[in-house]
Design a protein. Structure first.
Length: 407
C-alpha cells in the first residue's frame, strides 16, 4: 500500500473511532445516570478494529483496507443502535464482530492459496446442498422458516455459509465464460432453490436466484437467458403467492398495510411511522421509539436507525454500503482469472441484492422478505459469514495486485 493511501485509511479509522466515542458517551447518560458500559464497549470495538487493520495490513500489504474499515463502520452503527435497543444484544454482537475479524484474516489467507487447490464445481454444489439440507433434517422453525440449527444456546443459519459456497460453485461452473452442460447446471441451481423453498425461506431463494442470474449474465452475456430468467422469476412469484399463505400476507401488507394495521400491516406501518418521525435530521440518538417496531434488532433495524439519525444518516449508511459494493465490483474487474473474478462478483452480488431487499422492504418499495441487513442486523451467522465473504474478496484483491491469474 502507498504511504499516502495508508495515511488516508488511518485518518478514516480515527474518524470512525471518534464517532463511536461520541455516541458511546451519549448512551452512557441515556438513563439519566452515568454508565461506563457503552464506553467500555466502544474501547473494545476500537481495539478489535485497529488490531484487525494493523495485523492484516502488516501481513497483507497489498490488501484492500477499505473492506475491513467500511464493514467495521457499519458494525459500529449496529452496536450503537443495538445498545440503544437491547444492551445484551450489543454485547453479543461485539463478540461476533471480534470473531468475524479473526475469520476475515483466516479467509483472506485461505483465499490467497485456494487457486492451487483444485476444488471442482460438483464438490461445491454438494457442499451447498448439504448445508441447505441440514436445517430441514436437524433444524428448528423460526419466523415461518425452517432454516436454523440450534444447539443449546448457539444457533446457526447454514444458508449464510451456503451463499459463499454457491458463489464459488457458480464461478467454477462459468469460469470459461460458457455453460458447458446446461441441463446439469440449471438442474443443480433448481435443486438448491427447491431446498430453500422447502425450508420456506423464500426470501433466501429469491436472493440465490437473482445472484445466479446476475453471475450467469456477467459470464456469458446471454440476453436470452436473462430474459427467460426474469420470466421464470415472475412465474415463481405467482406460484409462491398462490401456494404460501405468508407470501400472500406480505404482498397484501405491501399493497395496502392500512387495511389491517393491528394485524397483517402492523410491521410495515410501524416502520413507516418511524421513518416519518425521523424526518430529515432524525429525532436524535436515544430519542426515538424503536420499541414500537417489531423485529427491530433484525429485520427492521434500518427503520430504527432512520428514526434517530434521519434521512441524512440513513443516506450516509446507504453510501457506505454502495462503497463496499463498489470495492467488490472493482476487485472482480481487476483480475483476469475467470474463477476468481466471478467468485468476487457472486459474493458482491449477494451483498447488493440483500441490502436492496431489506432496505426496499422496510421503506415499502418492495414486499418484506425477512432477510438480514449485512453487518447491521443482530445475528451471529450473518455477521461472521459476512466477514468471511469480505475476507475472500480481500484475498482475491491480493492476488490481483500480485499479478497472479492462474488457476
Amino acid at each position: 500500500m502507498k504511504p499516502h493511501a495508508n495515511i488516508i485509511y488511518k485518518e478514516n479509522m480515527a474518524i470512525i473511532a471518534l464517532i463511536g466515542i461520541i455516541a458511546s458517551l451519549v448512551l452512557s447518560f441515556y438513563n439519566g445516570t452515568f454508565s461506563p458500559i457503552p464506553v467500555y464497549g466502544e474501547m473494545i470495538f476500537i481495539a478489535i478494529m485497529v488490531s484487525g487493520y494493523i495485523f492484516t495490513n502488516l501481513l497483507f500489504p497489498q490488501q484492500d483496507p477499505a473492506l475491513i474499515l467500511l464493514s467495521s463502520f457499519i458494525v459500529q452503527l449496529s452496536l450503537i443502535m443495538l445498545y440503544r435497543i437491547n444492551p445484551y444484544s450489543a454485547e453479543r454482537q461485539l463478540i461476533w464482530y471480534g470473531l468475524g475479524v479473526v475469520l476475515f484474516f483466516i479467509s483472506t489467507l485461505a483465499s490467497k492459496a485456494w487457486v492451487e487447490v483444485k476444488i471442482r464445481d460438483l464438490f461445491l454444489f454438494v457442499i451447498t446442498v448439504l448445508l441447505l439440507l441440514s436445517p430441514l433434517v436437524f433444524g428448528v422453525e423460526r419466523w415461518g422458516s425452517k432454516s436454523w440449527i440450534v444447539y443449546k444456546k448457539i444457533s446457526f443459519q447454514p444458508s449464510e455459509l451456503a451463499k459463499i459456497t454457491f458463489s464459488l460453485f457458480l464461478a467454477d461452473s462459468l469460469k470459461d465464460r460458457k455453460i458447458k452442460n446446461p441441463l446439469q447446471f440449471f438442474g443443480q441451481i433448481l435443486v438448491i432453490l427447491l431446498l430453500l423453498a422447502a425450508a420456506r425461506d423464500l426470501g433466501g431463494a429469491m436472493i440465490f436466484y437473482f445472484t445466479a442470474l446476475a453471475v450467469i449474465f456477467a459470464a456469458t452475456s446471454r440476453l436470452d437467458i436473462a430474459a427467460a430468467g426474469m420470466l421464470m422469476a415472475c412465474i415463481a412469484g405467482l406460484v409462491g403467492y398462490k401456494q404460501f399463505n405468508h407470501v400472500k400476507v406480505r404482498i397484501k401488507a405491501w399493497l395496502n398495510p392500512w387495511e389491517d394495521v393491528p394485524g397483517k400491516g402492523y410491521q410495515i406501518v410501524q416502520s413507516l411511522f418511524a421513518i416519518a418521525e425521523g424526518g430529515f435530521f432524525g429525532t436524535g440518538l436515544g430519542l426515538g421509539h424503536p420499541d414500537y417496531i417489531p423485529a427491530v434488532t433484525t429485520d427492521f433495524i434500518f427503520s430504527a436507525f432512520f428514526e434517530e439519525f434521519g434521512f441524512l444518516g440513513a443516506s450516509a449508511l446507504i453510501v457506505v454500503y454502495l462503497l463496499l459494493i463498489y470495492r467488490g465490483i472493482r476487485i472482480a474487474l481487476s483480475i483476469n482469472n475467470g474463477f476468481l473474478s466471478l467468485a468476487a462478483l457472486g459474493i458482491t452480488t449477494f451483498f447488493g441484492i440483500q441490502i436492496f431487499t431489506i432496505i426496499g422492504g422496510v421503506i415499502k418499495l418492495i414486499p418484506m422478505t425477512g432477510v438480514t441487513l449485512p453487518f447491521m442486523s443482530y445475528g451471529g451467522s450473518s455477521m461472521v459469514m459476512s466477514f468471511v465473504s469480505i475476507g475472500i474478496l480481500n484475498g482475491i484483491k491480493i492476488r490481483a495486485s500480485s499479478g497472479e491469474s492462474n488457476g
